[in-house]
Design a protein around this ligand. Structure first.
Ligand code: NAD
Length: 292
């Protein structure tokens, strides 16, 4: 398929590479051009503008930081919305708000284009290895049309429903749960450390018994070692997702007290200059409040 790909950050670079490997024809765009040039060597054409990447595409994929970045490339006279051909699909794979996802669906429909939301679970290593879990929602026929792309980027596609924003809700719910795991591990390890128990041993025991789960292993190892660089998922993006969870919860009147607690830990971490560390660095705030 002819694919336009916008956003070649930690996640997008690996995803775009896997699409090329699977035989798709890619035209890529990134705000900072050197990241796009790196894909050129792998066989992609480099677009000068987001509109150029969209203008010849059957399918346009965006993997951008946040709502603001997505709006910047979609809207405006030079935006994707004007350039994408009728009948083409935009697959939004970034983690964005439920409300923006809804607006995108409407805006594409007006232009006789299609919109799918397909946010992902998995960190950059999973993106590079085509092992993402893809949460897709939107018109069923269009999901089927794009299945070969999903297969090239992920190990499994879950189909949530026919409104794109439903996939964004699932993604945000998952990331919310991850923040509670990070918070919980940090509190448990603080207790262990202050009780003269090695947190590495706690981790070893818990992941070999109650929680034999990759998420506990990955974040537990980072938090036990207090090693949060290089970031797989930047803390400022994690804080963004926390804001999106709270906004989605407010819209439907769901109190989420754990999300509120974690919000303050994100803010404290940002205030202390940890925005570009991995989001598990939030554990430092928990350690500090325990006097560690
Ligand atoms: P990143 O910071 O590495 O890359 C962000 C990309 O957005 C870059 O290509 C950057 O050029 C682009 N961008 C930012 N602001 C822009 C703007 N105003 N205009 C145009 N382009 C702009 O982030 P990432 O880790 O690749 O994450 C991308 C998306 O995937 C985010 O929504 C993130 O929440 C989500 N996500 C990340 C992970 C992870 O572990 N890293 C996992 C799942 C989902």
């Amino acid at each position: 398929m002819k694919v336009g790909f916008i956003g070649l950050g930690n996640m997008g670079s690996g995803m775009a590479r896997n699409l090329i490997k699977a035989g798709h024809t890619l035209m890529v765009y990134n705000r900072t051009r050197d990241r796009a040039e790196a894909l050129h060597a792998a066989g992609a054409k480099v677009a000068e503008t987001p509109a150029e990447a969209a203008s010849h595409a059957d399918v346009l994929i965006t993997m951008l930081a946040d709502d603001r970045a997505v709006e910047a490339v979609i809207a405006g006279a030079e935006g994707v919305l004007q350039a994408l051909p009728q009948g083409a699909v935009h697959i939004g794979m970034s983690t964005i708000s439920v409300t923006l996802s809804r607006r995108l669906a409407g805006a594409h429909q007006e232009k006789k284009q299609y919109y799918l939301a397909a946010p992902v679970f998995g960190r950059p290593d999973a993106a590079a290895a085509a092992k993402l879990f893809i949460i897709a929602a939107g018109p069923r026929q269009q999901i089927e049309r794009c299945q070969s792309l999903f297969d090239a980027m992920g190990q499994k596609t879950f189909i949530v429903g026919d409104e794109g924003s439903m996939a964004n809700v699932v993604k945000l719910a998952g990331n919310f749960l991850l923040t509670t795991v990070i918070e919980g591990l940090a509190e448990a390890f603080a207790l262990a450390r202050k009780s003269k128990v090695d947190p590495n041993q706690v981790l070893e025991i818990l992941t070999a018994s109650l929680f034999p789960v990759p998420v506990y292993k990955t974040y537990g190892a980072m938090i036990a070692a207090e090693k949060f660089e290089p970031a797989g998922f930047k803390l400022r993006l994690g804080a963004k997702d926390n804001r999106l969870v709270l906004a989605a919860a407010e819209e439907v009147a769901v109190p989420m007290q754990m999300a509120s607690l974690v919000r303050d830990h994100f803010l404290a971490a940002i205030a202390q200059g940890m925005s570009d560390a991995d989001w598990a660095a939030m554990a430092r705030i928990v350690y500090q409040s325990a006097g560690l």
